[in-house]
Design a protein around this ligand. Structure first.
Ligand SMILES: *Cc1c(COP(=O)(O)O)cnc(C)c1O
Length: 378
């Protein structure tokens, strides 16, 4: 029996345990210490552009703090890309705010600038200006940042970039996560690098970072006793977890190269199969880390559908997954406003995420290619 091929599994580089051992030797078993500082430095160096990074317990926590720093309060409205993982939208609800969902456009599958502007002017005409915009770089593909930044600037609304899936991706040569007022990163187990669980907030001033660290460590005022004048959170990254992150940063560029090679492999595999498109950069302005390789199947042309391929993979113990179900179609967000057409809905119906791990072998790729060829030739 062949072993299971996962969609995206952790891939250690080899030096992670050295950093974890250092934490044990120095007894830094806490949500602070040299690994936390070191990991933040590594991320700042990698992202460049003078950013300040706060290492946190999760990407979701980073988004929550970004919203708090953008002064999002109970009853406010926050604009969010509809096609994304629920963790992009949940922190809006944590704040007691209301998400306003925006459709995707078909080049990058990310937030449609036209629907974004339509939503902003409609919400303003209804008496409420949105407090923030959350744009996502889905599967590593940068969103149309020039257009989105122009709209955010025009209406003076802070932009939060959910770059949880896009560490190592570039738009016009600049790293995803560094464009917005805040960017967020995730190091969950299935991401391009992982700390087992963790995240980071990318800031553009020391003040914004200090505020995030303050809020993430229970908002303790400067006093010898424990005094609080604000609600705090327990969101700081552990020094053990950060040790894994330092090791992973040493291999991040290799991981990006390996994921991009998986995308090349799928381009080659689907070259002669009609009605299947491998999701790719729309122009030279975009550089995706191809965290996940994704296809869209046109059933009318291919005579096959994504569910059939998913089940064919499953039979050979290969994991694949439909795209993120858009948030405006989720039962939990059914009362939220939505702007757009059916772009994200159609992508959800026809798209499939394929095994994309940086640790897949030639033998794995052979198995994957065989399932694909058999399925589409039947
Ligand atoms: C993984 C992910 C998150 C959440 O990150 P966690 O570290 O798991 O909390 C947020 N947004 C997107 C788009 C993600 O893929």
């Amino acid at each position: 029996m062949n072993s299971k091929i996962w969609l995206s599994s952790p891939h250690m580089g080899g030096t992670e345990q050295k950093y974890v051992n250092e934490a044990f030797e120095a007894n830094w078993i806490a949500p602070l210490g040299p690994n936390v500082n070191g990991f933040e430095k590594d991320l700042e160096t990698f992202l460049n552009n003078n950013v300040k990074v706060a290492a946190l317990s999760a990407g979701t926590a980073a988004l929550h703090l970004a919203l708090i720093e953008c002064n999002v309060k109970y009853g406010d409205e926050v604009i969010c890309q509809s096609m994304t993982f629920s963790a992009s939208a949940n922190p809006i609800a944590y704040c007691g705010a209301i998400p306003v969902f925006i459709d995707s456009e078909s080049d990058t599958w990310n937030m449609c600038p036209l629907a974004l502007e339509e939503a902003i002017s409609d919400r303003i005409s209804k008496g409420k200006k949105p407090k923030a915009i959350i744009v996502v770089h889905l599967y590593g593909m940068p969103a149309k940042m020039d257009e989105i930044i122009a709209i955010a600037n025009k209406y003076q609304i802070p932009l939060i970039e959910d770059a949880a899936e896009a560490l190592g991706s570039l738009y016009k040569g600049k790293p995803c996560g560094t464009f917005g007022r805040f960017g967020i990163l995730s190091f969950n187990g299935n991401k391009i690098i992982t700390t087992s669980g963790g995240g980071a907030l990318v800031c553009h001033s020391q003040e914004d970072k200090d505020k995030a660290v303050f809020l993430s460590t229970q908002a303790r005022d400067d006093a010898p006793h424990y005094q609080h004048s604000q609600i705090g959170y327990n969101y700081r990254m552990s020094n053990i977890v950060a040790g894994i992150g330092r090791g992973q940063m040493e291999v991040l560029n290799d991981r990006v190269a390996a994921r991009r090679k998986m995308h090349d492999f799928y381009m080659e595999t689907f070259r002669d199969i009609d009605g299947v498109e491998v999701f790719s950069e729309p122009s030279e302005d975009y550089f995706s880390n191809h965290w996940l390789s994704v296809i869209e199947i046109d059933e009318a042309v291919a005579g096959k559908n994504r569910e059939g391929l998913r089940l064919a993979f499953l039979e050979d113990d290969i994991e694949s997954r439909p795209l993120w179900k858009p948030m405006h179609l989720q039962p939990v967000f059914r009362d939220s406003p939505y702007y757009g057409q059916r772009v994200s809905e159609t992508l959800f119906e026809n798209g499939l995420c394929l095994p994309s791990g940086s640790n897949l072998t030639d033998e794995d790729r052979q198995r994957i290619a065989t399932v694909i060829k058999n399925y589409f030739s039947k």
